[in-house]
Write a protein that binds this ligand. Sequence first.
Ligand SMILES: Nc1ncnc2c1ncn2[C@@H]1O[C@H](COP(=O)(O)OP(=O)(O)OP(=O)(O)O)[C@@H](O)[C@H]1O
Ligand SMILES: [Mg+2]
Length: 379
Amino acid sequence: MKLKTRLYITFACIAALPIVSFSIAFIIIGKIMIYLRQTNGVEDVTRLMPRPLFASLWITIFVIMLAIAVVLTRWIGRGVFSPINELQVGMKQIADGNFDYVLDETDADGEMAELFRDYEDMRLKLKENADEKVENESKNRELITNISHDLKTPITAIKGYVEGIMDGVADSPEKMDKYIKTIYNKANDMDKLINELTIYSRIDANRIPYTFLRLNVSDYFNDCIEEVGIELESKNIELNYMNLVPSDVRIIADPEQLKRVINNIISNSVKYIDKDKEKSVIDFRILDEADSIRVEIEDNGRGIPAKDITNIFDRFFRSDSSRNSARGGSGIGLSIVKKIVEDHGGYIWATSKEGEGTCMHFVLRKYEEATDNEQDINS
Ligand SMILES: Nc1ncnc2c1ncn2[C@@H]1O[C@H](COP(=O)(O)OP(=O)(O)OP(=O)(O)O)[C@@H](O)[C@H]1O
Ligand SMILES: [Mg+2]
């Protein structure tokens, strides 16, 4: 039953109640009078309560109650039904996908005004989500365009070198060796691009299958440094490693994903080196903080402009100079890094000075036997 109908019935009952009560009272009074006439010999009982007076009293009460009922119904109707109707229109607009329909708060008061505010909060959130979805879709399209563009470069190079070999251009063992090495490097570039895209799409859907383990900080980072050290050496970049964490400190982390964090940060340091500097250097430090460890990876590359430093962890963000340079990239490396660090319960930030270098800092909680266990984090 509609609220409006219920309200009408309620007021009709309220109006009818005194009328019915009065009618019953008059019937009782009538009966008493008849009784008095019979017992006391009062001949004309209607003299005690004349009939016209009785009728007009009854009509007056009826009219007053009816008027009150009508006025109250209209008053509540204006306070409840108009805002509800307006809310209904708003909801319909939202259901049709129009998130710009704003309700005028001055049209409602009391609980209805609160309802309008809730509608407005909901509308803004839905609008934000819808805008974000549209933006992500266009960025995803942009990403696919970028990756296909980036993939074309190594493919063209590989084709060129293979054709060179087929045509006999690589006529000496040295030349052949150089061609094969280049083909291998280009194939590696492609592999990385494809991997990044796959990882990114998995991360985006929050589907990284983490395998958290207890890791000894020193053992883990020593191995890591050994691995990246070889690569940096081949690129003629100096790597300095300092570990100030006691040898028994452990963390709970996924070794593969943590490696991804380190590789992404180091690959940025390599990518954004400052060629004008005499020597490129990367300092890798692990510091001991009360109940956490802090990893710092600092380079002496070209640095990040102050205006960009807060945006570098955003998906698809690349500073102007990176976008305009020949260095490929999609601006997703650090967004992956941030997501992984945060999924480990840690946090990450960057400090940088243009022309001097960049330092990435991330903090991870230490594993404490008494309070933590892997199950908690894995669940
Ligand atoms: N060590 C660094 N030195 C200078 N600039 C950096 C450094 N690390 C990150 N940046 C800046 O932050 C931006 C975002 O980095 P991010 O790793 O997310 O993307 P990318 O390296 O441009 O592309 P991708 O990692 O997807 O290949 C870079 O484009 C660059 O402008
Ligand atoms: Mg990067």
